[in-house]
Design a protein around this ligand. Structure first.
Ligand SMILES: NC(=O)C[C@H](N)C(=O)O
Length: 338
């Protein structure tokens, strides 16, 4: 008997169409939908029974936390059914890593949840979407994929949601785990596992789905990207806009421009949680100057700025109203273990 897989469509290049087979950029998402994509992959029918839900149909550069919450609730409901083996989410690649990490932190399931996208529109020469989708469904219904956290499958590569990051604007081999590498690979119809994530995920996080109850947007957290001549203007703007957290994408080991430091110290004094991440693209951001530690700035470890933002949003949602010291302690721990 074929396994049942729940498929959640959110849009992205995988369902985009261009004017011609050679149009690889500047295409649109209007005319195509997930059903058209499914028709392009008749082999899916041999692998699984798909139950399709259209959650959104957007370019993922315009993703919102409102869509995340609808998606998380829909996946949770589908996977609570005994006869559903796993879930696949079709998604644009621009913010796929953030959605994947959000789901990795909130979903309470051992069943495989696989995010998949494409770098070439469905109408393109050598479109990568159809095979990526087939591989994603294969992984989602494979019992060996259970308990590995949320997964990202593109270009025959299986990555952990926590590590996967988009590293190239147009290449089909864009997703990488900069330091962790891949969890596994799809070779022909076979899935070869290579490693496991060392960080806690899904059933092992403190964030239950219940923290999303009655919430329609995650707390405001802004990312401020450091550069030569940085003067703290954007930190001040974030605080003025009501940010409850700031991820500072610093130079090197999360370094902060001396002209920006005062604004960040002031933000922390006002109760804004500050995370120091790095704009370098790999490695771990660890403790820096004593003054930063004393101000409570939290190093992001191996999380890149956009993933540090997701974790900080959930920390604020779960612990934002606790006394400052407790909130700080729990958030620091989350940045070490998730
Ligand atoms: N390759 C893609 O999917 C890029 C697209 N802009 C998106 O993220 O929706």
């Amino acid at each position: 008997m074929k396994p049942n897989v729940a498929l959640f469509a959110t849009g992205g290049t995988i369902v985009s169409s261009g004017e011609s087979a050679t149009q690889m950029t500047g295409y649109s998402i209007k005319d195509f939908r997930v059903d058209d994509l499914l028709k392009a992959v008749p082999a899916l029918d041999e692998v699984a029974n798909l139950d399709v839900t259209q959650v959104a149909n957007i370019d993922s550069s315009s993703m919102t936390s409102r869509v995340w919450m609808d998606l998380a609730r829909a996946i949770e409901a589908a996977l609570s059914r005994d006869d559903t083996a796993g879930a696949v989410v079709t998604h644009g690649t621009d913010t796929l890593e953030e959605t994947a990490y959000f789901l990795n932190l909130v979903l309470k399931t051992e069943k495989p949840v696989v995010l998949v996208g494409a770098m070439r529109p469905a109408t393109a020469l050598s479109a990568d979407g159809p095979l990526n989708l087939l591989n994603a469904v294969r992984v989602a219904c494979d019992p060996s994929a259970r308990g590995r956290g949320v997964l990202v499958v593109l270009n025959d590569t299986v990555l952990a949601a926590r590590e996967a990051t988009k590293s190239h604007p147009t290449n089909v081999a864009t997703f990488r785990g900069p330091d962790a590498g891949m969890l596994g690979m799809v070779a022909g119809a076979r899935i070869e596992w290579l490693s496991r994530s060392a960080k806690r995920h899904t059933v092992d996080t403190a964030f239950g789905m219940s923290i999303l109850d009655g919430v329609d947007r995650l707390p405001r957290v802004d990312i401020v990207y450091s550069h030569v001549d940085d003067d703290g203007l954007f930190v001040k703007a974030a605080v003025a806009a009501g940010a409850r957290g700031i991820v500072h994408a610093g130079t090197g080991n999360g370094s902060i421009h001396s002209d920006t430091e005062p604004a960040l110290f002031e933000a922390a004094l006002k109760g804004v949680l500050v995370v120091r991440a790095s704009r370098t693209g790999s490695g771990a951001t660890v403790e820096g100057l004593d003054a930063w530690q004393r101000a409570g700035f939290i190093p992001s470890g191996t999380l890149n700025p956009q993933k540090a933002r997701v974790l900080l949003q959930l920390a604020l949602l779960a612990w934002g109203n606790l006394p400052a010291e407790e909130r700080q302690k729990k958030t620091e721990e989350a940045f070490r273990i998730y």
